[in-house]
Design a protein around this ligand. Structure first.
Ligand code: PLP
Length: 429
């Protein structure tokens, strides 16, 4: 049974970070010991954090320690933790209808969310939507859809890509060999090219590995997430679009991490003016409830009834949370993410000017990576920041990523950058 008390005070009112005990504190240590005894050994916990309640960009652990959250649960809580309107929508939907399988019946919240996503789709013409529970499921569905729509077997993805961990999506993932190790053989017919390098698909894959007419789809993140918050060179995504057009290949844009306003546009692909055939959303879509979407051109999503489905996918409570999330994102959070992202970049660029150990600051909106010389240094910053009450994560070989909720304030950005400054100063960086 949870011992967590209901919130009685405003978490965001006082100073944050606020560390009242050593971290982890006594209650956290108890949970960690219990957890380690019963959970899968595959879980690679980054910090000894035991969250109890949260609001906006603030997390309080079971010992009452308050952390500034620049992870947003890995780019998930787009509207901030427990946004009151999202919580109210969840409550209302939970009172009305918690579950009915949308693959077999017509659930209003499912229909409404699909209508909304169709209206927001960054591609012209009619589009259709399939809802799942996770980014991985969206990728998995898109693999099937691409093969079905084209009648072709092969798929292309990129070094550094992260698309999930089920066997199909893992076959596309190429961010760390460790993720793939021991799970083979993976899906045949998947080829990888270097990310952001023009002409590489033609030079390597089309020349040596697969004829273009055997390729169903190219899966690409418009900014690589787990791979290190890598922004590709301008025009590269447009070149992929042209390559797809030339060979009848589908362009599948994985916006699971970049989507729903995080980069200062609803979809990151809009920065490049490129229209995908299929767009995948997840993470921030329902502000923390499990939900993902495959948004596809009508002429692509033509599979027959029964060919794909899900018991829980597009659960009405998650859809209700998503509808309010989209209201909030469209109602100003996209612009706010762009503005706060600029502010964050200015502050980080200033840090980079003082600390040569910062090799690069990159990203868009509130998806910003700080490149350090090596993985150990990135881990050191991640762990030292935690000791000081700031939650950030490493990404890729040597970056620390900042992906706060879209509601982050300038004062919170100042605090986070001051903590990074203090962390780098003690490293003699
Ligand atoms: N695609 C991208 C770009 C991601 O960043 C992730 C997760 O980090 C996924 C897919 C998989 O999503 P999930 O963990 O919700 O299955």
């Amino acid at each position: 049974m949870s011992t967590n008390p209901l919130p009685t005070d405003d978490l965001t009112a006082g100073p944050v970070p606020l560390l009242r005990t050593e971290v982890p504190g006594p209650r956290a240590r108890t949970y960690i010991a219990r957890d380690r005894a019963v959970t899968s050994t595959s879980l690679a916990r980054v910090h000894p954090l035991v969250p109890n309640r949260a609001r906006g960009c603030v997390i309080e652990d079971v010992d009452g320690n308050r952390f500034l959250d620049f992870n947003a649960g890995i780019a998930v809580t787009a509207t901030g933790h427990c946004h009151p309107q999202v919580v109210a929508a969840i409550e209302a939907q939970a009172h009305a209808l918690v579950h009915y399988c949308s693959s077999d019946w017509f659930v209003p919240a499912y229909t409404e969310l699909c209508e909304r996503l169709v209206a927001l789709a960054p591609m012209p013409g009619p589009t259709r939507v399939f809802l799942g529970n996770s980014g991985t499921e969206a990728v998995e569905a898109a693999i099937k859809l691409a093969r079905h729509a084209t009648g072709r077997p092969n798929l292309i993805a990129f070094h550094g890509a992260f698309h999930g961990r089920s066997l199909g999506s893992l076959s596309l993932t190429a961010s760390k060999a460790h993720y793939r190790g021991g799970f083979g053989p993976l899906l045949p017919g998947v080829f990888h090219a270097p990310y952001g390098e023009p002409g590489e698909i033609e030079r390597t894959i089309f020349r040596h590995l697969s004829r273009p007419e055997d390729v169903a789809a190219i899966f690409v993140e418009p900014i690589q997430g787990e791979g290190g918050y890598v922004v590709p060179p301008a025009r590269w995504l447009a070149e992929l679009r042209a390559l797809c057009d030339a060979h009848g290949i589908l362009l599948v844009v994985d916006e699971v991490q970049t989507g729903v306003g995080r980069t200062g546009r609803m979809w990151a692909i809009e920065h490049e003016g490129v229209e995908p055939d299929v767009l995948l959303a997840g993470k921030g879509l329902a502000s923390g409830l499990p939900l993902s979407a495959v948004v596809a051109r009508g002429e692509v999503m033509k599979w027959e009834p029964g060919m794909h489905g899900s018991t829980f996918g597009g659960n009405p409570v998650a859809c209700a949370a998503a509808l309010v999330t989209l209201d909030l994102v469209e109602g100003g959070l996209v612009e706010q993410a762009a503005g706060r992202g600029d502010y964050l970049r200015v502050r980080l660029d200033r840090l980079a000017a003082s600390y040569p150990v910062i090799r690069d600051v990159r990203g868009r909106g509130l998806m910003v990576g700080v490149e350090l010389p090596d993985h150990d240094t990135a881990v050191h910053v991640e762990q030292e920041a935690f000791r000081r009450g700031l939650l950030v994560l490493t990404a890729g070989p040597a970056a620390v990523r900042l992906s706060p909720a879209l509601v982050v304030t300038e004062a919170q950005i100042d605090t986070a950058c001051d903590i990074l400054d203090a962390t780098l100063a003690t490293m003699g960086a």
